[in-house]
Ligand binder design. Sequence first.
Ligand code: ZN
Ligand code: ZN
Length: 238
Amino acid sequence: MNSFAQVLDLFLPPRCVSCGKIVTEHNTLCSLCWQVAPFIHAPMCQCCGRPFTEDVPATAICLDCAQRRPPFHQARTVFAYDEFARKMVLSFKHGDRCDLAPILARWMIRAGPDLIADSDLIIPVPLHWLRLFRRRYNQAALLAHEISKQSGLPVQAQALKRVRPTRPQGHLSRLARQQNLKGAFTCSLDLTDKTVLLIDDVLTTGTTVLNCTRELHRAGAKAVNILTIARVFHPHSQ
Ligand SMILES: [Zn+2]
Ligand SMILES: [Zn+2]
C-alpha cells in the first residue's frame, strides 16, 4: 500500500480484512468472518500442532508424531487450510494485499507464543530470485519481518537461499516434490546452538519446510520451530 492509500485509509471506514464489509476498527475481521475463520485451537499435538477433536493433556502428541518424530521441534499454524484460508493466503500472495502482513503476523504470534519464546532468530522460507523478481516480494520474508517487529526477535531474511529454481509444487506427487526440492536450499549462516523459527505461508505436504529444516540443522541449528498461516491437515494421517 502506498502512502497516499494509507492517508486515504484514515478517512475511510475500516473494513473486514477478508470480505471487505464495514467494521468498527481497522485490521480485523467482521463477526461473520470470525465465525467461519478456521482458527486452530487447543487441544492440539504438542509437536506438530494438529488439532485433537477430544480433550487430551497438553503434553499429548498425535499418532503421526508418535510413530515418526518430525525433524522440527514444534510446528504451529493460524488456520487449517480451507476455502477461507485459501482466499486470504492467495490475496496476500498474489493480490498485492501486503497490508495483510501485520494482522497475519499478529495471528501467527498468537498461534505460537511458546515457539516465539523458545527461538533465537527468525528465518523465512526463501523464494528463488527469478520468482522473487516476478512476484516482487517474498510473502514469507514479509511475514518474518512483521513477526520480528512485533515480537522483538531478530530476523535473518537472507540466511537461507534457494540455490536453484524449483517447479511449483502444487500438482506434484509426494515423491516428485521431494526430488524437486532435493538440495534446493542452502544456509550461509553458522547456526550453532541456535533455535530457529522458520516462517512459511502454507504447509501442504511439508516437503519444503522439512528440506529447509534439514538444511538449518546442517548449518548447526539446535532446533527448528515452524510457524505458518495455514496448514493442510491430511485426514488419512490420524
Ligand atoms: Zn468479513
Ligand atoms: Zn503431531
